[in-house]
Design a protein around this ligand. Structure first.
Ligand SMILES: [Zn+2]
Length: 291
């Protein structure tokens, strides 16, 4: 397989400042990132927007083949088990990771733009409650801030730790900070508006461009406690919405073998997904920090 290439756009100031990396379409079925990033690139190219300090790198489409086909991925979820590999074993996303890793390694701050299956408000995943990821998430319009991705995977014995390394965790291991911004439902036009505003606001918050941001708002912080795995054929017990309240003992899902997935503790349902393949997650149990 020839080496996969990624199209990137870079805008650099003579004045020192942070290096921001903005990613779209890590998942090929998510359109708001590429569209919003393309609009912002046009603003830079037309001179309507200028960079005051630092550097911003945009990769509008991180999974070009999946994006062209409108599917989440080709061979492997690009946001799982990210690392450089000498032997990519013919797996397209492993080729992409080799192209993507140098960008992730050199960024001070990464904004990775996604959309999701169930409708709802924009929210952010952060690595840590320390540092500036939480404040950036507030600044760019998140209505919820979710942390504890890695821990949620580690609490699931059936999934290896290494699977939890997505863009965000990879950036962290190279000393950067990373925010995954979930803009809304895949097909909702509001997701594009949220994505574009998030880019405008992070550029303003970091001082890379003129503009306003929403820093200082009070936003609930949710920690992920457990992954709800689809261990066999089955379905969610109802049409769950994102951040629905959960009670200990609630039936999350029913499997075809007659067994049930029971909620172990009170909390909220983060990112419920009805249409998932066996071996992947139905979603996560989250709990509000400080509750
Ligand atoms: Zn995604």
């Amino acid at each position: 397989m020839p080496h996969a290439q990624l199209e990137s756009f870079e805008f650099v100031s003579d004045v020192d400042g942070p290096h921001l990396l903005v990613l779209g379409a890590i998942h090929g079925d998510e359109h708001c990132g590429p569209q919003a990033i393309t609009q912002i690139i046009k603003e830079f190219e037309s001179g309507q927007r200028t960079i005051k300090k630092g550097k911003v790198t945009f990769i509008p489409v991180c999974n070009p083949r999946a994006y062209a086909q409108g599917v989440r991925f080709i061979d492997h979820n690009l946001n799982r088990n990210i690392k450089r590999r000498e032997d990519t074993r013919g797996i397209y996303e492993y080729e992409l990771m080799n192209a993507l890793c140098p960008y992730l390694e050199s960024a001070d701050i990464m904004l990775d733009i996604h959309s999701y299956q169930v409708g709802g408000k924009p929210f952010a995943f952060v690595n840590s409650l320390e540092g500036q990821e939480v404040e950036i998430s507030r600044a760019i319009g998140a209505e919820y801030i979710v942390t504890g991705n890695v821990e949620a995977y580690r609490n699931t014995r059936s999934v290896e730790d290494k699977m939890s390394v997505g863009t965000q965790e990879y950036v962290l291991t190279f000393g950067g900070e990373g925010i995954i911004f979930e803009c809304g439902q895949h097909e909702d036009p509001k997701s594009l508006i949220n994505a574009k505003q998030a880019i405008e606001k992070i550029l303003a918050f970091l001082g890379l461009c003129e503009g306003v941001h929403d820093s200082g708002r009070n936003v609930p912080v949710i920690t992920l406690k457990k992954t709800f795995m689809k261990k066999g054929e089955g379905h969610l017990s109802k049409d769950w919405s994102n951040f629905d309240r959960l009670k200990q003992g609630d039936v999350i899902a029913q499997f075809d073998d007659g067994s049930e997935l029971i909620c172990p503790e009170d909390g909220v349902f983060v990112l419920p997904k009805a249409n998932v393949t066996v071996g992947y997650e139905f979603g996560y149990l989250g709990q509000a920090v400080g509750e």
